[in-house]
Design a protein around this ligand. Structure first.
Ligand SMILES: Cc1cc2nc3c(=O)[nH]c(=O)nc-3n(C[C@H](O)[C@H](O)[C@H](O)COP(=O)(O)OP(=O)(O)OC[C@H]3O[C@@H](n4cnc5c(N)ncnc54)[C@H](O)[C@@H]3O)c2cc1C
Ligand code: FES
Length: 325
């Protein structure tokens, strides 16, 4: 673990939609919490009886409508996924007064405050950092527009808050009735100086990058944050044997090797938990199936060699993976 964590207390829980709750997390001693800018997120540590320690990342929303939060408050919104997973456990257990361990804010999705013009694109729960960016741009009277896509209005958290913050600069897209947003057209009508920030499901983020490429844009003009993990629908359970200790840990189809080792109390290093930082790779002794590399850290040569894998996202297609740990 690379950074020091600290405790906060759940101060308020507010349902935003059937599946999304907003949580206000308050400093336990009333002192200001570490500062952050739009796009930042925190790691929330939660321990469930079934799964042990689970660490999940949540974007800091920064305030409600046009008001920034007080310095002793962090605001997050969590969309509940399937039973027993981290988000479902948060929905089931976070009540006012509950103490929660979190990591300090990290920002891998920095808003360039000097950008001449900004286009924000949010899909579903990806609205969380985008709302924070929209509020920052509106307060500083910077030229921007924002596109918020979701299935229908009732499932889109902060729909009205975004309309309040952005006014005419906000466009809402309801895919149940209108299909997928035409991102090529949205990008094509932008002036040359527009910088794009997109956060949403993996296919939407990929479609935005593809639209920009197709229009011949410089790749740096599109910045993205991807909430979706590198899971595949056909992931299967397997055993990880730790060569040095001789222990064997079962990795279920819906957990990462890192989650399984954490739950079993095996000390391992990690930071980003999404295959980017390079802190978690372990050496592979053997694998009885192909290694499914899903990280963005190892080079193609390292992936082909199969000597190492990022345990936060990668897996084996076989039944047993032996690691040098
Ligand atoms: C920077 C960032 C900001 C985010 N902000 C928000 C936010 O504001 N609101 C929000 O609701 N969500 C946000 N997320 C997503 C959030 O962190 C969780 O991924 C989400 O809540 C789902 O967690 P879960 O435990 O319910 O689901 P799960 O699918 O169980 O959890 C996802 C985790 O499980 C592991 N996993 C599950 N299955 C597999 C598999 N087959 N192979 C490998 N690994 C697997 C992965 O390690 C992954 O970390 C953000 C994510 C990131 C990276
Ligand atoms: S924890 Fe960052 S690459 Fe795995």
């Amino acid at each position: 673990m690379a950074r020091s964590n600290f405790g906060v207390e759940v101060a308020r829980v507010r349902p935003l939609t059937d599946r999304i709750n907003e949580y206000l997390l308050k400093s336990v001693d009333g002192k200001p919490l570490p500062e952050y800018g739009p796009g930042a997120h925190i790691a929330v540590h939660t321990v469930s009886p079934e799964r042990g320690l689970m660490v999940r990342h949540y974007s800091l929303i920064g305030g409600d409508a046009s008001e920034h939060d007080a310095r002793d408050i962090y605001r997050i919104a969590v969309q509940r996924e399937l039973h027993q997973r981290g988000s479902a456990h948060i929905h089931a257990s976070f009540r006012p007064g509950v103490r929660v361990e979190i990591g300090p804010p990290v920002n891998d999705f920095l808003l360039d405050r000097r950008a001449a013009r900004v286009l924000l694109i949010a899909g579903g729960i990806g609205i969380t950092p985008i709302l924070s960016m929209a509020r920052s741009l509106a307060r500083r009277r910077r030229p921007f527009e924002v596109v918020y896509a979701g299935r229908e209005r009732g499932v889109m958290a902060y729909h009205d808050a975004l309309a309040d913050v952005a006014g005419d600069a906000a466009a809402f897209h309801y895919s149940d009735t209108a299909g997928q947003p035409d991102l090529v057209s949205v990008l094509a009508r932008q002036p040359d100086e527009t910088q794009v920030y997109v956060c949403g499901p993996t296919p939407m983020v990929a479609a935005t990058h593809a639209a920009a490429r197709g229009l011949g844009w410089e790749p740096a003009r599109v910045r993205s944050e991807n909430f979706g993990m590198a899971q595949s629908a056909n992931a299967r359970a397997f055993d990880v044997r730790l060569a040095r200790s001789g222990r064997t840990v079962r990795v279920s189809e819906d957990a990462s090797i890192l989650d399984a080792l954490n739950a079993a109390g095996v000390p391992v290093l990690w930071d980003c938990r999404r295959g980017e930082c390079g802190l978690c790779p372990l050496n592979v002794v053997s694998s009885d199936g192909a290694i499914e590399h899903r990280d963005h850290y190892l080079s193609d040569e390292e992936k082909d060699a199969g000597d190492t894998l990022c345990i936060c996202v990668s897996r084996t297609a076989g039944g047993e993976l032996v690691l040098d740990a």
